[in-house]
Write a protein that binds this ligand. Structure first.
Ligand code: GLN
Length: 450
């Protein structure tokens, strides 16, 4: 009894059946012909993939979930999309998200909500709820997401899928519409750790078009996932992310995961990260500050929507004002106002400056924790999927969903969410975090829980 396509899930904003079928047929033909061309096919060639609609695609619309970009077509492909096309993965289309990736429930999309396939009265997480729901509902075996504060991992957790936020800089951000540039990362969404690892390998690598792109070779993540070996691995339980505020059912599954890892030979230790208590506060200053600057380019002149004022002179300020008033939703406006305020003269030191200091303390907490442990572990999200509408009128309650995922973005470290069983019939996610450039460890540890 729900509206919309895909049996009511509404994971997709745009479906590109023709293009996908063309690519699939091309792979079939190459395989049938055999020989060197068939041999040279990428292992993921022919495996369909859905792409979060924050990532630009030539020939398919990109909206960022916003009226601001309604009908807009990118003249170029994001680097990750270029890699998908080169490896011949059929691109099924573009998936729903909170507007400009701001949210934890996909309810802030200008194009309607996405529903959780496990229970269509509940949220699929956010901002990448469309990608996670598409994979969970068996509409796509693979998807791409973006994670600025948890938007790959938290939707993964509440839909029972696997999602990874790679090390900052290890996957090119070229062509990902920027939310908060120092936190944004593109990453894989899949049904198994090995699938996620193979997609991660494909999209990673240095890109001169991204000024924060890391140099160096891409490690064999698929191999790490197949190893699934935690014998002798020191796994650090983050004290600050396992107590108050977490649903009892989530904590039960978390403690079972610890038992399973211990049984598989891991050494479970406790780590103390006192500055994590301030991560949410720091994030919700740094993220809006960067977003307020990144979103200044949507001025009604360069991209997408232009709304003229109903009366009076057509000055640039007035056209910009009426376009932004009509084009942005409430949550985006809230964050632009927050960010502009935090960056304004007189408040900069008190807000943005303090938040940056907290960011450094969080990085130091990670450094200390990784001296005692090879990977860290926590629940991915404090709750299972909540009912649609439950947190919609309470931004602070919505922000609390990100408490466990945000520290990784502030420090640039990689993280994964893997399924950790059900609580009252709904998926619980377990998060692993590793030091910068040690993404292979989260696959090894995550795979051990499968
Ligand atoms: N839920 C977080 C936010 O609303 C994370 C968003 C993201 O990772 N894109 O900011």
């Amino acid at each position: 009894a729900v509206d919309g396509g895909e049996r009511g899930i509404h994971a997709f904003l745009h479906v590109s059946a023709e293009e996908a079928l063309r690519t699939a047929a091309e792979v079939d033909d190459l395989r049938a012909a055999g020989g060197a061309a068939a041999e040279a096919l990428h292992p993921l060639a022919g495996v369909p993939i859905a792409v979060k609609d924050l990532i630009v695609t030539e020939g398919q619309p990109t909206t960022a979930g916003s009226k601001m970009l309604e009908g807009w077509m990118s003249p170029y492909d994001a680097t990750v999309v270029k890699k998908l096309r080169e490896a011949k993965l059929p691109i099924l289309g573009k998936t729903n998200l909170d507007e400009f990736a701001m949210g934890s429930s996909t309810e802030h999309s200008a194009y309607g909500v996405t529903r959780n396939p496990w229970d269509t009265t509940r949220i699929p997480g956010g901002s990448g709820g469309g990608s996670a729901a598409a994979v969970a509902a068996f509409e796509a075996p693979l998807a791409l997401g973006t994670d600025t504060g948890g938007s790959i991992r938290q939707p993964g957790a509440v839909t029972g899928t696997v999602g990874t936020k790679p090390t900052y800089g290890s996957v090119s951000r070229y062509g990902a519409i920027a939310m908060a540039s120092s936190l944004d990362q593109i990453g894989p969404v899949a049904r198994t750790t090995e699938d996620a690892a193979l997609l991660h390998e494909l999209i990673a690598g240095h890109d001169p078009k991204d000024s924060t792109s890391l140099p160096g070779e891409v490690p064999a993540f698929g191999e790490a996932a197949r190893t699934a070996d935690v014998a002798g691995m020191r796994i650090g339980v983050i004290k600050q992310l396992t107590g108050e505020g977490y649903q009892p059912g989530v904590l039960d599954r978390f403690h079972e995961a610890l038992e399973a890892l211990r049984a598989a030979g891991a050494e479970i230790v406790e780590v103390d990260c006192p500055s994590f208590d301030y991560a949410l506060g720091a994030y919700y200053l740094i993220m809006p500050s960067e977003a307020s600057s990144n979103l200044a380019k949507f001025d009604g002149v360069r991209y997408g929507t232009r709304v003229l004022p109903e009366e009076g002179p057509l000055t640039i300020e007035r056209v910009m004002g009426s376009t932004r008033a009509a084009g942005f939703g409430d949550e985006v406006k809230r964050r632009i106002i927050l960010g502009t305020y935090a960056l304004s003269a007189g408040y900069y030191d008190a807000y943005y400056g303090s938040a940056q200091k907290v960011r450094t303390l969080i990085q130091q907490d990670f450094d200390a924790a990784f001296e005692k442990a090879d990977v860290l572990i926590s629940p991915t999200s404090p709750t299972v999927a909540f009912p649609l509408g439950e947190n919609l009128d309470d931004p602070l309650a919505m922000y609390l969903n990100d408490v466990a995922t945000i520290p990784a973005n502030l420090a640039g470290v990689p993280g994964i969410s893997v399924p950790g069983g059900l609580s009252e019939g709904l998926p619980v996610g377990i998060q692993f975090l590793a030091p910068i450039r040690e993404d292979a460890r989260v696959y090894r540890a995550g795979a051990a829980l499968e």
